[in-house]
Design a protein around this ligand. Structure first.
Ligand SMILES: *[C@@H]1O[C@H](CO)[C@@H](O)[C@H](O)[C@H]1NC(C)=O
Ligand SMILES: *[C@@H]1O[C@H](CO)[C@@H](O)[C@H](O)[C@H]1NC(C)=O
Length: 509
């Protein structure tokens, strides 16, 4: 659970903190006179689906910033599309409103805004995966409203299907009939929200490798690696699998160019371990890094590791998330599916292969983000960091109330004096510790799940861990600790023998 949510947090940090131009705020919302976007709710939702064979629905929440940024662009797009033939209708639903909560559940709305395309009275539903600026929305929806695969009869047609920065798929046939052609169209229907599809009788209209195509063949164009690949098995599921594999770059590129972001999202959605090489793209001598990393990635195909090269200038969100410093660049960090991390700072190209071999052999020590262990720790509430959480909390053999907080969190600031008072009231009880960890500057151990701030956990001396979800008052917290704490008599039998260093640290308390 925790690792899944952390991985998706890291996608957000990568993308949200880098410049996504399509999220740009438009400031002329007030000038739009007529509403072209339909407002729907539970009571008229099904009627709207029945009436409009192609309708896009935005599920939004009034407090969501990205929704507010999208609103004027969405309205402009709705206006531009209002005269489109066949009709393309844009609608919105306030998913935060109680009357619409069932709709949001039914359509699996998990974040805001969520946009979905409903076709044929809702018989076919797809996620909207296009841009979020007015022109981008219009262009994407025009394609979505047309046939799933566009016939290519000229070089211009080919250019409109095959975008140099995206993956696009063209079926080359000697006739537009038969099972293989029908399967190709079914494939296009299935994956149309992810890729652009075309079909042609004339391979010479296509931009690359004309002479080699022997119809029928599926040709996948991509902006990386070998630039196009051919495929001749026309079974739909086999084609889907082929496309999914062929559309992942050997090494995903992360920089400020938003056209790479779909590949970055794929990278993070993969269940593989993720090896990320961060470089300063404006410094010299990065070419040997790039080509070595690429070679290593090719050699390790099939080992369940995905590879990314990131420009440090675009990756400040990731650096903050992992607790990395610019001075450690060039560096590789690996994040595994169970959220272990491994770090090799200041490395040279010739060390890459050997270090990854060590990772695969399981001989590397995990890396933790941690603030330094404080030299003095004599306030009533003890400061805990990643590097001291074993000694002070997990293996302390004491009853510990541990707060995970964020420096910017208002509720945490309100709780701070209360925790101080609680700590003072237990000052004479050597079995009880009140502690806090800045969860933005330290990796949270896997024993805890922190999804909001503050999060309070109680660990009894005998090792029982539970989240404290009672009132955040001095009285309630004290009562809870009194009721749940173990005496050290019970605990000492379970306690590990302290090492010398541990006892020194404990003495500091
Ligand atoms: C990257 O390198 C350029 C040129 O050497 C330098 O100006 C810039 O500060 C570096 N960026 C970082 C984040 O180190
Ligand atoms: C990679 O992952 C797949 C699916 O989880 C698994 O079946 C396979 O054994 C793994 N391969 C390696 C080399 O670990």
């Amino acid at each position: 659970m925790a690792s899944v949510s952390r991985v998706s947090i890291s996608i957000l940090l990568f993308l949200a903190l880098s410049s996504i131009s399509s999220f740009a705020v438009a400031d002329d919302a007030a000038e739009v006179p007529v509403e072209h976007v339909l407002t729907l709710e539970a009571s008229n939702f099904d009627d709207a689906l029945a009436k409009h064979p192609f309708i896009v629905v935005e599920f939004y929440a009034p407090w969501c910033g990205h929704c507010k940024n999208l609103a004027p662009e969405y309205e402009k797009a709705a206006s531009a599309l209002s005269t489109h033939d066949p009709p393309v209708v844009l609608a919105k639903v306030d998913a935060n409103d109680d009357v619409n909560k069932e709709l949001a559940t039914k359509y699996e709305v998990r974040g805001f805004p969520t946009l979905k395309i409903f076709r044929n009275g809702g018989k076919s539903i797809q996620d909207y995966k296009g841009p979020r600026d007015a022109d981008g929305i219009v262009e994407y929806l025009k394609k979505q409203a047309g046939p799933a695969s566009a016939e290519i009869k000229s070089k211009e047609d080919a250019a409109s299907v095959i975008d140099e920065k995206k993956v696009s798929i063209v079926g080359i046939f000697s006739e537009f009939s038969g099972e293989k052609f029908e399967n190709f169209i079914a494939l296009a229907e299935k994956l149309r929200s992810d890729y652009d599809f075309g079909h042609t009788l004339d391979a010479t209209l296509l931009p690359r490798g004309e002479a080699t195509a022997k119809p029928p063949v599926v040709r996948l164009f991509k902006p990386f690696d070998e630039l196009f690949v051919d495929f001749q098995d026309f079974d739909v599921d086999t084609m889907v699998k082929f496309i999914e594999e062929a559309s992942i770059p050997t090494v995903t590129l992360f920089n400020k160019d938003p056209s790479n972001h779909p590949f970055v999202v794929k990278f993070f959605n993969s269940p593989n371990a993720k090896a990320m090489l961060f470089l300063n793209f404006s410094s010299e001598s990065i070419e040997s890094f790039k080509s070595t990393f690429h070679d290593v990635a090719k050699d390790l195909k099939g080992k369940n590791v995905s590879f990314l090269i990131g420009d440090v200038e675009a990756s400040q969100g990731a650096f903050q998330y992992f607790g990395l410093k610019d001075s450690q660049v060039p560096l590789i960090i690996i994040q595994t599916a169970d959220d272990q991390k491994y770090l090799k700072p200041n490395l040279e190209p010739r060390q890459i292969a050997a270090w990854l071999d060590e990772f695969l052999a399981g001989s590397l020590k995990p890396f933790k983000k941690s603030e330094p262990i404080p030299e003095t720790n004599d306030e009533p509430v003890k400061v805990v960091v990643s590097d001291s959480v074993d000694d002070l909390v997990l293996k302390s053999g004491k009853n510990v109330l541990l707060e995970f907080y964020a420096p910017w969190c208002g509720h945490c600031q309100k709780l701070a004096p209360i925790l101080d008072e609680v700590a003072v009231s237990f000052a004479n009880d050597a079995d009880v510790i009140i502690a806090k960890m800045d969860a933005t500057a330290n990796d949270v151990p896997n024993d805890f799940t922190v999804q909001g701030y503050p999060t309070l956990y109680f660990l009894s001396a005998s090792g029982k861990i539970e989240q404290y979800e009672g009132d955040r008052t001095k009285e309630a917290i004290i009562e809870f600790i009194q009721k749940n704490k173990d005496t050290t008599g019970q605990a000492s039998s379970l306690k590990e023998e302290p090492t010398e260093q541990e006892s020194t640290l404990k003495d500091e308390l």
